[in-house]
Design a binder for this molecule. Structure first.
Ligand code: SF4
Length: 362
């Protein structure tokens, strides 16, 4: 992992800072962490080896920036423009900035920032509900291309689902607290955040358990060296389902080859209905049908919930094998027995609307 610390030192601003690892580590060397200073690695992204190549190569992966401070710290306002300038000069690197001071984002932001630099990921830290509500509202309004959230040290159950539902967050990472006297982290809180991510089709990563981990009401004291591996062993990371253009095309090719699926066509009355309502209204009906009849985890009449006539969307559902959870699994590999995520519902609606549009054009 590449780390670039252009400055060192920080000040505590919220409950998550209580046992800050920078303070803990500096204390071991008698160093005062509240003193903020530029480091000798300030120019690291532009540093060159003897052969003239950059020391940091694009194949080196992500560059975690400001890990012993906060990039948006007021004391660093005088250096931030220069740091942004180096980031702009290295579009081949991906800079990851984790902050508890997202409200200071605009301080010394470069004039050419626009909607954001593509090579920058900003991660907003939220250790409890109060900080999540305070910071995420601001975070979502900022011009940032790559946005993630980290709940670490996670101090309580945190509901961020309404923020995830905006579709602007690509990943959420959770973890407990390390150090000598860590505050507890409950596995139930981790699972709850994971469920929110699954429902909203956002990536989820369980990074580490922390030193005091509660599972099923039992407290486990976990040594630092096992905290990450224990989290990995839980096996609860989640990667959203993404449907590529080629998979989409391949699906329609398969549907065409099915005698049963390809027997469904829009009738004249269906076309007239679409004409009278407009395609946007039909899509809106489609969303409602999918949410109410196909998306729930438990469907008592699964296999019979989609009539054979009465609405163009019903015909399209049979034609595209999105009529019940059994067909959805067989043809689209979307498992039954759980609620469809927002992204999966979007996918089903896209498939249905694509079929309806192709029928209208015929
Ligand atoms: S913002 Fe981060 S680096 Fe600064 S004191 Fe808090 S935990 Fe430590």
């Amino acid at each position: 992992m590449n780390i670039w610390n252009p400055w060192h030192g920080c000040s505590k601003i919220s409950p998550g800072c209580k046992n800050c690892y920078v303070y803990r580590r500096d204390a071991m060397y008698g160093k005062d962490s509240s003193v903020v200073s530029k480091t000798k690695n300030f120019n690291f992204p532009l540093a060159k080896a003897r052969n003239g190549d950059y020391k940091l190569q694009s194949c080196d992966g992500k560059v975690y920036t400001c890990m012993t401070s906060d990039f948006f710290l007021p004391e660093a306002d005088c250096w931030r423009r220069e740091a942004w300038s180096m980031i702009r000069e290295r579009p081949d690197l991906e800079f990851v900035i984790i902050t508890k001071r997202i409200e200071r984002f605009y301080e010394e932001l470069p004039l050419d920032w626009g909607q954001g630099y593509k090579n920058v990921t900003i991660i907003c830290t939220c250790e409890n509900q109060e900080m999540a509500d305070k910071r995420l509202k601001i975070f979502l309004e900022l011009p940032i291309i790559n946005r993630e959230i980290i709940e670490e040290p996670m101090l309580e159950k945190i509901n961020i689902e309404k923020y995830l539902a905006t579709g602007k967050i690509s990943c959420v990472t959770c973890g407990g607290e390390s150090g000598d006297n860590p505050r507890p982290c409950d596995y139930g809180w981790i699972l709850d955040t994971r469920e929110q991510c699954v429902r909203q089709n956002v990536s989820f990563h369980f990074k580490q358990t922390g030193g005091k981990f509660i599972k099923d009401g039992k407290v486990y004291l976990i040594d630092r060296k096992y905290q990450q591996t224990q989290a990995e062993r839980a096996g609860i990371d989640f990667t959203p389902v993404k449907f590529s253009e080629s998979e989409f095309q391949e699906l329609f090719e398969r549907l065409k080859k099915s005698e049963f699926r390809s027997s469904f066509k829009l009738k004249q009355r269906d076309r007239e209905y679409i004409e009278s309502k407009g395609i946007e209204k039909i899509e809106s009906h489609c969303r409602d049908f999918i949410r109410e009849r196909l998306a729930p985890k438990d469907i008592s009449n699964d296999g019979k919930q989609t009539p054979m006539k009465g609405h163009p969307v019903f015909i399209a559902q049979h034609a595209t094998a999105t009529c019940c959870r059994g067909c959805l699994y067989k043809w689209h590999r979307i498992a039954p027995g759980r609620e469809l995520t927002a992204c999966e519902q979007d996918y089903v609606v896209s498939v249905i609307m694509e079929w309806i549009r192709s029928q209208i054009e015929q």
